[in-house]
Each structure stands twice: as structure tokens, then as C-alpha cells.
Write a protein that binds this ligand. Structure first.
Ligand code: SF4
Length: 379
């Protein structure tokens, strides 16, 4: 999440609020005023953020930051007593998500955000957060950790989104293990959400391989979870992170998916984000994406030829073979998406996913700006 550092005053507990520049004169108690034209914290708002360093007040909460350029009317932030301003919702982003929990029952070798063992229940915070989101939000992710570890509170969150944001789509990222329990899968179906997709990572067609990568013996539970979700007609996406330990069998894996999970609505092949455990295990995982192009291409075309929907996430278009570029998606969250100097002047920059900021040092050696696009294969 995007974060800026300031200095906070009169803030003991975290304050969450919707950013306003003062346009809304009602319901100020849920809003945080951003203004550089104040000489003291404004009345009625949950806090004030300003770059005016001469503000002094002994009672009302406020935070002084270097500049206020990063804020937009409708963003939602948390301000804490260390002066951190954390953007938990960005109005201009298509990748907003709530973190249901930071706990997980897997420990994937390439996890970008290693799980923690214990935490305070995040559900009350998340319920408040959802109510602050803009009503026009197109999609909200529910992620983790493993979101199903919060049990039935997952359905409480879904129903709250339904109530507060009736038009908003939901995308849940889960390892699927909990859905091996048919009753739990049925509870998801009983939410009757109009536009919900559950994305489940699977890393191999071989149980031991998958289990080794996720650090748990759960392959068959995930498979059972997939079948239970299909039984209750839930929309499912599969996710495969491609790295040194998964790329060789991509074609066989794609064939396995076609034969065993013809009901999934999409299959996403994802380039790895080299942060968290992926950074720690870098030598065992890193392969130049250019070097797995043959396997990726075969897997993508095998699924596409058989009427399934493959996608490629987090990839750089200049590295991909031209005939599979059209499967690539703009998939990296805005706040961590960057381009390199090699991208300057590239004709595909507007369509290309770019790079995870954490991959700045570790990227393909084959990045080269695209200066010509052939008509028959443009993205
Ligand atoms: S040069 Fe940069 S913007 Fe262009 S396709 Fe490659 S990675 Fe994408």
C-alpha cells in the first residue's frame, strides 16, 4: 500500500477516514481534512493533514506532511501515532483490496507477503473501511494471508460489501483449502453475490510438487475445494506463479487443467514479484521470463485453442512472443507499478503491465522498447 511519512500530533489510536479537501460539509466525523490553508486543526473532522508546519494545537488530532500532492478527494487513509499515513483505498485505482487477515495456512516459497502467526481480528476495521469506499467502486479484492481463515466473518464482509456497495464486483484470493468443506463452499454460494470471482493458486499437476511449493500437504484439499466451488456454481479463476520450479511442466499442467477443471472461467500465468520470501529464496526461484517463453506460449495456446481463457499477468510485452501478447493484462497494482528508462518511447507502454517496483533490480535481460507494431498482432 502507498504510504507517506509525516509527524502526527494528538493521535494515540489509529485514525481511519475518507480524504476530503473540504467539499463535504456533512458527516465530517468520518473524514480527514487535507488543507494547507489552516492555522489549526479543523473542527469536526476525525483529523487534519497539512503541510503547514506552523500549525500548533494541543487537543485535536493532526499530521504534518511535506506535501499533500498524493491525496485525492475520496481516498481512504489510516493515520497513526508514528506519523505514517497509509492509503488503504485509492479512488483512482482499479486494484483496491481489503486484507481479511495476515495469517495463512500455507507458506509458499515465493510469498511476497510472509504470513504472521497471531493478530487482532481485522473484521471490525474492514467493515468500517468498506463503508468509507466510494459507492462507484468497480471491484474490491478480499485478500490476505488466507481470507478463509477468518471463517464465517468472510461472509459477513461479503454481505457488508453487498449492502454498502451493491454494484461492486468482488474478487477473493484464496488457496481454496477451506472450501474442501462442502458446507463452507455452500455458505459462499448462499451469499448470492451478483459478481464474485474466487481466484485460487495451483502450482503443479503433481501433488508433491504443489505441496513442496506451498509448504503444506494440501494439494488434494485444494482440488476438492475447486470441485465444491464448481458444484455450487461459483466463478473460479486459477493462478499459476511461473518461476524456476514451475515453468518446465507448464504445457502438461495446462493439459491437466483442461481435463480436470474445464469449469474454471480463467487461468492466469503470473510473473513472480521478487519481494518477501521470493527475495529470500531468489536463487532457487529466479529465471529470466524470456527463458520460459516456449513453455508459457505452449501452455497459453493449448488452453486458448481448447476454448479456455488464459491470461498472462505481470509480464512485459517486449519479452513475450508476439503471438501471445494479446493475453497479457495490466495487472500490477498502481502503487507498485513502475517502468524502466528502457521503456522511454516504447509504443506499447500504455498497454504493458510494466514492472513490480521490487523487481527493479531483477528483470529480464531482454527489455527493449517496441518501435514498430505489426497490424495483425498488435495488443
Ligand atoms: S519496453 Fe517497457 S513498456 Fe515497452 S514493452 Fe518492454 S517493458 Fe513494456
Amino acid at each position: 500500500m502507498k504510504q507517506i511519512q509525516g509527524t502526527s500530533y494528538n493521535i494515540n489510536d489509529d485514525i481511519i477516514g475518507r480524504i476530503t479537501f473540504g467539499k463535504n460539509i456533512f458527516s465530517r466525523s468520518n473524514e480527514i481534512l487535507v488543507s494547507n490553508n489552516v492555522d489549526k486543526p479543523a473542527f469536526g473532522y476525525s483529523a487534519t493533514i497539512t503541510s503547514n508546519k506552523s500549525v500548533v494545537d494541543n487537543s485535536k488530532p493532526y499530521c504534518i506532511v511535506d506535501n499533500t500532492d498524493s491525496f485525492h478527494e475520496g481516498d481512504v487513509v489510516v493515520v497513526n501515532n508514528q506519523g505514517e499515513v497509509i492509503f488503504v483505498y485509492e479512488i483512482s485505482s482499479n486494484h483496491n483490496a481489503i486484507m481479511a487477515t495476515e495469517r495463512c495456512n500455507h507458506r509458499c516459497i515465493m510469498c511476497p507477503q510472509p504470513p504472521i502467526v497471531q493478530e487482532k481480528d481485522k473484521t471490525p476495521f474492514n467493515l468500517k473501511l468498506i463503508s468509507l469506499f466510494d459507492k462507484g467502486t468497480e471491484e474490491i479484492g478480499i485478500t490476505g494471508g488466507e481470507p478463509t481463515l477468518i471463517g464465517d466473518n468472510l461472509f459477513v464482509l461479503i454481505k457488508h460489501i453487498q449492502k454498502e456497495l451493491p454494484k461492486t464486483a468482488i474478487s477473493i484470493l484464496s488457496n481454496g483449502v477451506r472450501f474442501a468443506d462442502k458446507e463452507f463452499a455452500m455458505k459462499l454460494a448462499k451469499c448470492h453475490h451478483h459478481d464474485l470471482q474466487i481466484d485460487i493458486p495451483l502450482f503443479s499437476d503433481i501433488a508433491d510438487e504443489h505441496n513442496r511449493i506451498v509448504g503444506a500437504k494440501t494439494f488434494y484439499k485444494t482440488i476438492q475445494g475447486l470441485y465444491n466451488l464448481a458444484l455450487f456454481r461459483q466463478r473460479i479463476g486459477l493462478r499459476i506463479v511461473v518461476h524456476k520450479q514451475t515453468y518446465k511442466r507448464l504445457p502438461q499442467f495446462a493439459d491437466f487443467i483442461y481435463h480436470n477443471f474445464p469449469f474454471v472461467s480463467q487461468v492466469a500465468f503470473m510473473q513472480m514479484e521478487t519481494t518477501g520470501l521470493a527475495k529470500e529464496n531468489f536463487d532457487e526461484l529466479w529465471i529470466d521470463p524470456y527463458d520460459y517463453n516456449n513453455e508459457l506460449r505452449e501452455a497459453v495456446l493449448l488452453l486458448a485453442d481448447r476454448g479456455m481463457k488464459p491470461y498472462i499477468y505481470n509480464a512485459q510485452l517486449c519479452v513475450l512472443p508476439e503471438d501471445i501478447r494479446s493475453y497479457a493484462q495490466q495487472s500490477i497494482s498502481d502503487w507498485k507499478d513502475i517502468y524502466l528508462s528502457e521503456c522511454d518511447g516504447c509504443l506499447l507502454k500504455g498497454q504493458c503491465a510494466g514492472f513490480f517496483a521490487s523487481n527493479k533490480e531483477h528483470h529480464s535481460k531482454h527489455i527493449k522498447k517496441v518501435e514498430h507494431i505489426s497490424n495483425d498482432i498488435s495488443c
